[in-house]
Design a binder for this molecule. Structure first.
Ligand code: BYC
Length: 325
């Protein structure tokens, strides 16, 4: 497995170089593509940035599903713009990963044959229009919670990509919340749809932050290298604390009977997601895993003629330039 490959190659760096590298990280310096870096740092970044890029691309599918069925021209235009933004995010992130010595084609191949992951959340279906609200509100909301701190991550190209992405994610979250406001304050049937969307997306959204800290394989090293700025549980807690009052404002009920404000810790106590479901989704057994990978494989195959045409065009231009010199 790709992750194991990373782990086994993480050792073997010169201790003096490692110490100097760690000192740069601790001093808050940015690491740039041509700087020396430990092999484990490079591979962890490729794994995380690549997985993130794939998530943006696969993440277009559940929303793309609703473009033709958006309830008004305005909603259609907004959704279309959002889905296009996700494609752009994927491209910034593939670009950031390429500075680490891996090509976009290699990353894509690893996604298509299952060697690399994408976020578990996109293996859940979007069944109603209210799901477009829930995805924007909860999924983009969770994404922002995770990505705002990553603007300060130690790898320069990743941090800079995050600045652009976070600006757009804020708009995505707001448009999702706006859909939820309209649904929740609409007819009784619309309110029920909004509640149903919250019921189905709550726990999958909590899973986006990854396994609980005690089971997180990469957190300790990634935080030492400032590839991650917070633990999975810290961000999950912040997300719950931010989102529960928003659900209350909407008049909707978070599907967790044990949810309660804990005065002492200054945050909510909540029920953890069902981690067996999370691992099952990661193993490829979520409701939409097969469909998502099939769609990406089909898009790759259908796009072959475009890639071939562009390569042929580039070769012709190169040849013409050489002939003119
Ligand atoms: N889904 O040691 P851990 C978006 C894996 S896109 C799948 O804690 P790490 C959006 C993890 O990879 C949102 N796999 O890992 C787009 C590892 O397996 P491997 C994407 C997950 O990396 C369109 C294993 O579990 N955001 O926002 O330290 C529309 C152990 O976990 C998940 C990012 O990618 C998961 N949820 O922490 C709308 C942000 N969680 O690789 C919205 C950047 C864990 O060893 N990424 N795994 O086989 C991160 O911050 C971190 O990679 C994670 C996981 C917090 C996700």
């Amino acid at each position: 497995m790709y992750a194991q490959m990373i782990k086994s190659e993480a050792t073997g760096d010169d201790p003096e170089k490692l110490a100097a590298f760690q000192a740069r990280i601790d001093a808050g310096e940015k690491i740039e593509p041509k700087d020396w870096m430990p092999e484990g740092y490079r591979k962890t970044l490729i794994r995380q940035i690549g997985q993130h890029a794939h998530s943006e691309i696969v993440g277009q599918l559940p929303e793309g599903n609703w473009i033709t069925r958006a309830p008004s021209l305005e909603r259609k235009a907004i959704l279309l713009a959002k889905v296009q933004d996700e494609a752009g995010h994927g491209l910034y992130l593939y670009g950031a990963a390429e500075t680490l010595g891996v090509s976009r084609d290699e990353l894509t191949e690893m996604l298509l044959d299952g060697r690399m992951k994408y976020s578990s959340i996109f293996n859940y279906p979007t069944l109603t229009w209210a799901d477009m609200g829930a995805v924007g509100w909860l999924v983009d909301g969770a994404a922002i919670m995770n990505q705002v701190p990553l603007q300060r991550t130690s790898y320069g190209p990743y941090a800079r990509a995050m600045v652009r992405i976070c600006k757009e994610e804020s708009f995505h979250q707001r448009q999702g919340f706006h859909i939820m406001m309209q649904m929740a304050k609409g007819t009784e049937a619309q309110r029920r749809m909004a509640q149903d969307a919250l019921d189905r997306f709550w726990y999958p959204s909590l899973m986006m932050f990854g396994p609980s800290d005690k089971d997180s394989v990469h957190s300790a090293q990634s935080m030492k290298w400032r590839i991650k700025m917070n633990t999975n549980d810290e961000l999950r807690q912040k997300f719950v604390d931010q989102t529960v009052p928003q659900a209350e404002y909407l008049g909707l009920t978070v599907p967790d009977p044990d949810l309660a404000w804990n005065e002492e810790k200054g945050g909510y106590d909540f029920t953890e997601p069902d981690w067996s479901e999370f691992h099952d989704v990661l193993r490829g057994n979520g409701p939409c895993n097969r469909e998502r990978l099939e769609a990406r494989n089909r898009a790759w195959d259908d796009g072959a003629w475009v890639r071939e045409g562009m390569m042929a065009h580039a070769a012709k231009r190169r040849a013409a330039k050489v002939a003119a010199e």
